[in-house]
Design a protein around this ligand. Structure first.
Ligand SMILES: [Zn+2]
Length: 162
Protein backbone atom coordinates (compact mmCIF):
# COMPACT_ATOMS: atom_id res chain seq x y z
CA UNK A 1 0.00 0.00 0.00
CA UNK A 2 2.23 2.76 -1.23
CA UNK A 3 1.61 5.78 -3.39
CA UNK A 4 -1.52 7.94 -3.41
CA UNK A 5 0.21 10.44 -1.14
CA UNK A 6 1.04 7.86 1.47
CA UNK A 7 4.73 7.54 2.10
CA UNK A 8 4.88 4.17 3.78
CA UNK A 9 2.86 1.96 6.11
CA UNK A 10 4.58 0.45 9.12
CA UNK A 11 2.94 -2.13 11.37
CA UNK A 12 3.27 -1.27 15.05
CA UNK A 13 0.65 -3.52 16.69
CA UNK A 14 -1.01 -2.23 19.85
CA UNK A 15 -2.46 -4.66 22.42
CA UNK A 16 -5.07 -2.06 23.36
CA UNK A 17 -8.28 -3.06 21.59
CA UNK A 18 -11.39 -5.22 21.93
CA UNK A 19 -14.41 -6.24 19.86
CA UNK A 20 -16.69 -3.80 18.04
CA UNK A 21 -20.35 -3.71 18.98
CA UNK A 22 -21.43 -1.46 16.08
CA UNK A 23 -20.64 -1.24 12.37
CA UNK A 24 -18.05 1.34 11.32
CA UNK A 25 -19.73 4.58 10.23
CA UNK A 26 -17.29 7.34 11.16
CA UNK A 27 -13.68 8.48 11.20
CA UNK A 28 -12.41 10.42 14.23
CA UNK A 29 -9.37 12.67 13.73
CA UNK A 30 -7.04 13.44 16.66
CA UNK A 31 -3.73 15.04 17.40
CA UNK A 32 -1.27 13.23 19.64
CA UNK A 33 -0.23 16.24 21.74
CA UNK A 34 3.29 14.78 21.73
CA UNK A 35 6.54 16.26 20.42
CA UNK A 36 7.58 13.05 18.68
CA UNK A 37 5.95 10.18 16.87
CA UNK A 38 7.80 7.65 19.02
CA UNK A 39 6.30 9.13 22.21
CA UNK A 40 2.83 8.78 20.70
CA UNK A 41 3.43 5.19 19.56
CA UNK A 42 4.68 4.23 23.01
CA UNK A 43 1.58 5.65 24.71
CA UNK A 44 -0.81 4.10 22.18
CA UNK A 45 0.83 0.66 22.47
CA UNK A 46 1.32 0.63 26.25
CA UNK A 47 -0.54 -2.30 27.88
CA UNK A 48 0.44 -1.19 31.38
CA UNK A 49 -0.72 2.42 31.37
CA UNK A 50 -3.24 3.43 34.00
CA UNK A 51 -5.54 4.55 31.21
CA UNK A 52 -4.91 2.29 28.22
CA UNK A 53 -5.44 4.01 24.87
CA UNK A 54 -4.92 3.27 21.19
CA UNK A 55 -5.93 4.29 17.70
CA UNK A 56 -6.14 2.39 14.45
CA UNK A 57 -3.69 4.67 12.66
CA UNK A 58 -0.96 7.18 13.45
CA UNK A 59 0.27 9.60 10.77
CA UNK A 60 3.71 11.16 11.35
CA UNK A 61 4.61 14.66 10.18
CA UNK A 62 6.49 13.28 7.16
CA UNK A 63 3.51 11.22 5.99
CA UNK A 64 4.66 7.89 7.38
CA UNK A 65 1.59 5.88 8.40
CA UNK A 66 1.60 3.42 11.31
CA UNK A 67 -1.02 0.69 11.65
CA UNK A 68 -1.68 -0.10 15.33
CA UNK A 69 -5.07 -1.78 15.49
CA UNK A 70 -6.85 -3.77 12.78
CA UNK A 71 -9.84 -1.84 11.44
CA UNK A 72 -12.15 -4.73 12.32
CA UNK A 73 -11.35 -4.22 16.02
CA UNK A 74 -12.42 -1.52 18.48
CA UNK A 75 -9.56 0.86 19.33
CA UNK A 76 -9.67 3.08 22.41
CA UNK A 77 -9.37 6.71 21.31
CA UNK A 78 -12.74 8.44 21.74
CA UNK A 79 -13.35 8.17 25.49
CA UNK A 80 -16.54 9.67 26.82
CA UNK A 81 -18.19 10.97 23.66
CA UNK A 82 -21.36 11.24 21.63
CA UNK A 83 -22.16 11.62 17.95
CA UNK A 84 -25.18 11.06 15.71
CA UNK A 85 -27.04 9.04 18.35
CA UNK A 86 -23.99 6.93 19.13
CA UNK A 87 -22.55 6.83 22.65
CA UNK A 88 -19.97 4.11 22.02
CA UNK A 89 -18.04 6.07 19.43
CA UNK A 90 -15.09 3.68 19.68
CA UNK A 91 -17.30 0.84 18.44
CA UNK A 92 -18.46 2.86 15.43
CA UNK A 93 -15.27 4.58 14.35
CA UNK A 94 -11.81 4.39 12.90
CA UNK A 95 -9.42 6.52 14.98
CA UNK A 96 -6.56 8.41 13.35
CA UNK A 97 -3.90 10.18 15.43
CA UNK A 98 -1.85 12.92 13.74
CA UNK A 99 1.53 13.62 15.33
CA UNK A 100 1.16 17.25 16.39
CA UNK A 101 1.88 18.95 19.71
CA UNK A 102 -1.36 20.90 19.57
CA UNK A 103 0.18 24.24 18.63
CA UNK A 104 1.80 23.63 15.26
CA UNK A 105 0.56 23.77 11.67
CA UNK A 106 0.03 20.42 9.91
CA UNK A 107 2.72 19.82 7.25
CA UNK A 108 1.59 19.02 3.73
CA UNK A 109 3.04 15.46 3.58
CA UNK A 110 1.08 14.57 6.71
CA UNK A 111 -2.19 15.93 5.33
CA UNK A 112 -1.63 14.25 1.95
CA UNK A 113 -1.11 10.93 3.73
CA UNK A 114 -4.23 11.49 5.83
CA UNK A 115 -6.34 12.23 2.74
CA UNK A 116 -5.08 9.04 1.09
CA UNK A 117 -5.67 7.04 4.26
CA UNK A 118 -9.24 8.36 4.58
CA UNK A 119 -10.03 7.54 0.98
CA UNK A 120 -8.84 3.98 1.60
CA UNK A 121 -10.98 3.74 4.73
CA UNK A 122 -13.99 5.03 2.78
CA UNK A 123 -13.45 2.27 0.23
CA UNK A 124 -13.49 -0.35 3.00
CA UNK A 125 -16.35 0.94 5.21
CA UNK A 126 -19.65 2.81 4.83
CA UNK A 127 -18.33 6.05 6.34
CA UNK A 128 -21.01 8.65 7.01
CA UNK A 129 -19.07 11.20 9.04
CA UNK A 130 -15.52 12.41 9.42
CA UNK A 131 -15.26 14.34 12.67
CA UNK A 132 -12.72 15.67 15.13
CA UNK A 133 -12.32 14.45 18.69
CA UNK A 134 -13.51 17.91 19.74
CA UNK A 135 -16.76 17.35 17.83
CA UNK A 136 -17.66 14.19 19.71
CA UNK A 137 -16.31 15.29 23.11
CA UNK A 138 -16.92 19.06 23.18
CA UNK A 139 -15.64 20.90 26.24
CA UNK A 140 -13.37 17.98 27.05
CA UNK A 141 -11.22 17.69 23.93
CA UNK A 142 -9.72 20.26 21.55
CA UNK A 143 -8.07 18.07 18.92
CA UNK A 144 -7.41 18.24 16.02
CA UNK A 145 -7.56 21.98 16.77
CA UNK A 146 -8.14 25.20 14.80
CA UNK A 147 -5.10 24.66 12.56
CA UNK A 148 -6.47 21.43 11.09
CA UNK A 149 -7.41 21.95 7.41
CA UNK A 150 -10.90 20.41 7.32
CA UNK A 151 -11.44 21.59 3.77
CA UNK A 152 -8.81 19.07 2.62
CA UNK A 153 -11.04 16.19 3.67
CA UNK A 154 -13.91 17.69 1.72
CA UNK A 155 -16.44 17.01 4.43
CA UNK A 156 -17.26 17.36 8.07
CA UNK A 157 -20.38 16.43 9.95
CA UNK A 158 -22.01 15.47 6.67
CA UNK A 159 -22.80 12.25 4.94
CA UNK A 160 -20.13 11.04 2.60
CA UNK A 161 -21.22 9.51 -0.66
CA UNK A 162 -19.05 6.57 -1.52
ZN1 LIG B 1 -8.12 12.91 20.70
Amino acid sequence: MKGNGMREIIDRPSPNFDERKLPVSMIVVHYTETKTCEQALRILCDPAAEKRVSSHWVVDRDGTVYRLVDESKRAWHAGRSFWDGIEDCNSASIGIELVNDGTEAYPEPQIAALVALCSGIKSRHAIRHIVGHSDIAPGRKRDPGPLFPWERLGCRRVSVNI
